[in-house]
Design a protein around this ligand. Structure first.
Ligand code: SF4
Ligand code: SF4
Length: 107
């Protein structure tokens, strides 16, 4: 599947030794491009969709691309981690959004 980085949302995380997406990708696949100072993935084919980068970006700049066969061109899935739940945002090929909440703690 792979990821998509929204260059409009990515700040490049200035002031940090290492942006979270760069720091936590287990495959060391994300770098800050010197020319733009924004994140880019250098090995889309090596991404195994662990979503660590998606969850760790403080600006919500990264989303998981869904394969064409599964959801059509442009569809994506983005989890946002809250204290007691994960909010999954599913965007379909037409840009419609559905939200699913999964509790991660018993209340
Ligand atoms: S964590 Fe998010 S904002 Fe920071 S460099 Fe990575 S993609 Fe950009
Ligand atoms: S989804 Fe996982 S493997 Fe893929 S770029 Fe993000 S952190 Fe790296």
């Amino acid at each position: 599947m792979g990821i998509r980085i929204d260059k409009g949302k990515c700040t490049g995380c200035p002031g940090r030794d290492e942006p979270p997406c760069v720091k936590y990708c287990p495959g060391n696949l994300i770098v800050i491009a010197p020319e733009t100072k924004k994140a880019r993935i250098r090995g889309q084919r090596d991404c195994w969709d662990c979503m660590v980068c998606v969850k760790s970006c403080p600006f919500g700049a990264i989303e998981t691309r869904l394969p064409f066969q599964l959801a059509g061109f442009g569809a994506s899935l983005k989890p946002e981690v809250a204290k007691d739940k994960i909010v999954w945002k599913l965007k379909d090929a037409d840009g419609n959004t559905e939200i699913f909440e999964v509790l991660t703690k018993k209340v």
